[in-house]
Design a protein around this ligand. Structure first.
Ligand code: HEM
Length: 421
């Protein structure tokens, strides 16, 4: 049962009050309550590569320290992402669900050629071409915000900007942008009574509409001249143009979720973090040149994807533990980013750190986030436009957080903008 009200002290008592071998950090209720921290703190100290025998996701290993996560993430020969083995999330391999092929959940060589097919869409020349449009949209969104009146930042700003960018990447009509956001949310939603989707069947029905929509875009693009958008690239590139429809859909799901929740939750996270740390907000206002390092610090502090999962393809000795072929291995980025052996004072939010890009939120190795520069660009632009307009954005209550061990995000964040500059 979801419980958003757990205090940090209760979480600490729970984390330290049970036998170590029973510790199970993969509980969505902990993440929803922002109460997962003591679980990982204990694991980093007492059992950094930890086996949980029994959990709602079955048995799994937790890798909790920065350098160990890097070691797993860069060893794709042993730690596979293959969707047929369970893919890249702790819940993957669920017997109810026929796994979707997508390149984040593939190993070489297929992963590499499919990644190459889409990466020009988010490479520096494309980003330079997109930047003025992102700025214009950010300005439009911010200029329309109410002054002196409470509203939900997630809905009015974070979702809007990322939805517009995503529709551009797909060359989909802007009028459909919020449909795409909705589908992205449905992908990551855990069916729960009263939740965004209540049953697995409902989720599959919505997937049907989602797939039909993107089949329509493919049909338009495949018969037109090649164009510089993601669908056209997939429809015309030799490595992807003959994909099975299911594989095309899988890659659409990847690009939708990859480009959406993560950036959106970092935009919301930046407003929240700066409010929790008024000295840092002041520093930023006084020196807007700090925006890029504030963006990186927020990406570390927020860790928009809490984990990626791998499956061992053979037995391996790792940090004194024996991981067996077929075992599920979870790299907890959310924990690696708080590892004080690599990051000084890691629980603090400090926007002018010496090496702000030292974080593990984008992963490492062959699957390292392909959209990282696009995410940073959107965040940088929106903050440049925000500082020009508003002396302060005031968070007026606690956010409602996602019920998920994967997406670390915000469903709502109430704010008020007292005045314009
Ligand atoms: C992969 C995080 C934004 C597209 C990943 C991975 C992570 C990640 C952790 C897997 C890395 C690994 O397994 O080693 C993030 C975060 C973002 C973000 C934190 C924002 C702050 C974006 C954006 C896009 C995107 C804007 C837009 C296209 C992808 C894709 C992959 C990926 C396609 C798969 C890469 C591969 O398998 O080779 N991302 N991402 N991401 N991301 Fe992002």
């Amino acid at each position: 049962m979801a419980d958003g009200n757990m205090t940090l002290q209760q979480a600490r008592d729970e984390a330290y009050g049970q036998p170590l071998d029973q510790l199970d950090p993969a509980q969505p209720r902990l993440f929803q309550a922002d109460a997962h921290w003591p679980f990982f703190e204990r694991l980093r100290k007492e059992d950094p590569v930890h086996f949980t025998a029994d959990s709602e996701f079955g048995p799994y290993w937790s890798v909790t320290k920065y350098n160990d996560i890097m070691a797993v993430d860069t060893n794709h020969e042993v730690f596979s992402s293959d969707f047929m083995k369970g893919g890249i999330t702790i819940g993957g391999g669920n017997a109810n669900f026929d796994p979707l092929p997508m390149f984040i959940a593939m190993d070489p060589p297929k992963h590499d050629v499919q990644r190459k097919a889409v990466s020009p869409a988010v490479a520096p020349p494309s980003l330079a071409a997109m930047a003025p449009q992102i700025r214009e949209r950010a300005a439009g969104i911010l200029d329309a915000l109410p002054i002196g009146e409470e509203f939900d930042w997630v809905d009015k700003v974070s979702k809007e900007l990322t939805a517009m960018t995503l529709a551009t990447l797909f060359d989909a009509p802007q009028a459909d942008r919020r449909k795409i956001t909705y589908w992205s949310d449905v992908v990551t939603a855990i069916p729960t009574p009263g939740g965004l989707v209540e049953t697995f069947e409902q989720k599959m029905e919505i997937f049907g509409e989602y797939q039909a929509y993107f089949n329509g875009l493919w049909n338009q693009k495949v018969n037109a001249e090649p164009h510089h958008d993601l669908i056209s690239m997939l429809a015309h590139h030799p490595a992807t143009r003959n994909m099975e429809p299911r594989e095309y859909f899988g890659n659409i799901v990847l690009l939708t979720v990859g480009g959406n929740d993560t950036t959106r939750n970092t935009i919301s996270g930046s407003v929240y973090a700066l409010n929790k740390n008024p000295d840092q907000y002041k520093k930023l206002r006084e020196n807007p040149a700090l925006i890029p390092s504030m963006v990186s610090e927020t990406i570390r502090w927020q860790t928009p994807l809490a984990h990626m999962r791998r499956t061992a393809v053979r037995d391996i000795e790792f940090q004194g533990k024996t991981i067996r072929e077929g075992d599920k291995v979870v790299m907890w980025y959310v924990s690696g980013n708080r590892d004080d052996e690599v990051i000084d004072n890691p629980n603090a939010y400090i926007i002018d750190r010496e090496r702000p890009r030292t974080h593990i939120s984008f992963g490492f190795g062959i699957h390292r986030c392909v959209g990282n520069r696009l995410a940073e660009l959107q965040l940088t632009i929106i903050w440049e436009e925000m500082l020009k307009r508003f002396p302060e954005i005031v968070v007026t209550g606690e956010p409602k957080r996602s019920f998920s061990t994967f997406v670390k995000g915000y469903e709502t964040l109430p704010v008020i903008i007292p005045t314009r500059n």
